[in-house]
Design a protein around this ligand. Structure first.
Ligand code: R5P
Length: 313
């Protein structure tokens, strides 16, 4: 791409966007990203983007719907200002768990969000660990899908935990857990869970041996923390020595941080794809930065280099 590289940010996770800009040896593009007094979103770009290779960083965190609109309006403003190419960088993609109907008369919300973003005029999308990779197919434009697994497993390797067993908290996460197992030379266990109602989790059973071992639960996201806490309880009941957890996206909805603090989890590792509360580290949450991998991906997209090579080791 010939145009100059420019990076803009919505208000979703400005701290991460600033870190990405620093990694790229640049600064965030100047833009007014605000609201009118009546709460309508107000966007005005304050620098020339004509012909530029523009990346807009927006985590779809709370307030979720507002941040989706901010992203769409920024894309529209860039398109109408003749940007050469527009890439939406979405470190956390909201509504990803609504990628299919689980019962009648429900929307496929993840697809609706993709359509919004695409209809605003985006040319490419860059995401990290989508809850369901099938969401890539909801876009007609190219989607580059980064993985934070290597970052998390490198950190776990440095912790040098003895006799490690990787635990998937549900059958849907087995592939991810198996990748951690082989990177860390650990054993594997799998939990079956059920959701009797929204945001409530019950563990049913576990396959695999955790007796006397250090268990690490691996998941893509933590929302209410219910999945982790009930998995950790089952793992400790089955005789594990201690239990840790790691996940890419730490949403920590409601009182999740407090509940995790009171649970049998020794420590939880997440990334900053989603803004984590400032007191999280005090409550035993370790936050790793995805800024270097996003910055590398942006550089590669700008230079038309391979992204998959970043994850081929
Ligand atoms: C479920 O399929 C996901 O991978 C996570 O396990 C789940 O979304 C976590 O949600 P919560 O923390 O509310 O249990």
């Amino acid at each position: 791409m010939d145009g100059r590289l420019q990076v803009f940010s919505g208000n979703g996770n400005r701290a991460l966007a600033e870190e990405i800009a620093r990694e790229l040896n640049t600064t965030l593009g100047r833009a007014l990203v605000s609201t009118f007094k009546n709460d309508e979103t107000r966007i005005r770009l304050e620098e020339n983007v004509r012909g530029g290779d523009v990346f807009v960083i927006q985590t779809l965190c709370e307030p979720v719907d507002h941040n989706i609109i901010e992203l769409c309006f920024m894309i529209d403003a860039l398109r109408r200002s003749s940007a050469g190419r527009i890439t939406a960088v979405i470190p956390y993609y909201a509504y990803a768990r609504q990628e299919k109907k689980t019962s009648g008369r429900e929307p496929i919300s993840a697809k609706v969000v993709a359509k919004f973003i695409e209809s605003a005029g985006v040319d490419r999308v860059l995401v990290i660990d989508l809850h369901a990779p099938a969401i890539e197919g909801f876009f007609e434009v190219p989607v580059d899908h980064l993985r934070a697994g290597p970052l998390l497993s490198d950190y776990l390797r440095q912790m040098a935990l003895k006799d490690m067993v990787i635990v998937s908290p549900d059958p849907g996460g087995v592939r991810r857990a198996a990748e951690f197992r082989s990177r860390l030379n650990a054993s594997l266990a799998i939990i079956a869970k059920q959701r009797p109602e929204d945001d409530v989790v019950n563990t049913i059973d576990m396959v695999g041996d955790v007796q006397g071992k250090t268990a690490v639960i691996v998941d893509d996201m933590i929302s209410t923390g219910g999945t982790l806490i009930s998995a950790a309880d089952m793992i400790m009941e089955r005789g594990a020595k201690e239990v840790y957890a790691c996940a890419v996206h730490g949403l920590f909805a409601g009182d999740a941080l407090e509940q995790i603090g009171k649970s049998s989890l020794k420590s939880v590792i997440v990334t900053n794809s989603y803004p984590v509360a400032p007191n999280a580290e005090k409550l035993g949450i370790k936050v790793l930065s995805v800024a270097p991998i996003i910055a590398e991906a942006i550089t590669r997209i700008h230079k038309d280099l391979s992204i998959s090579v970043m994850f081929s080791k």
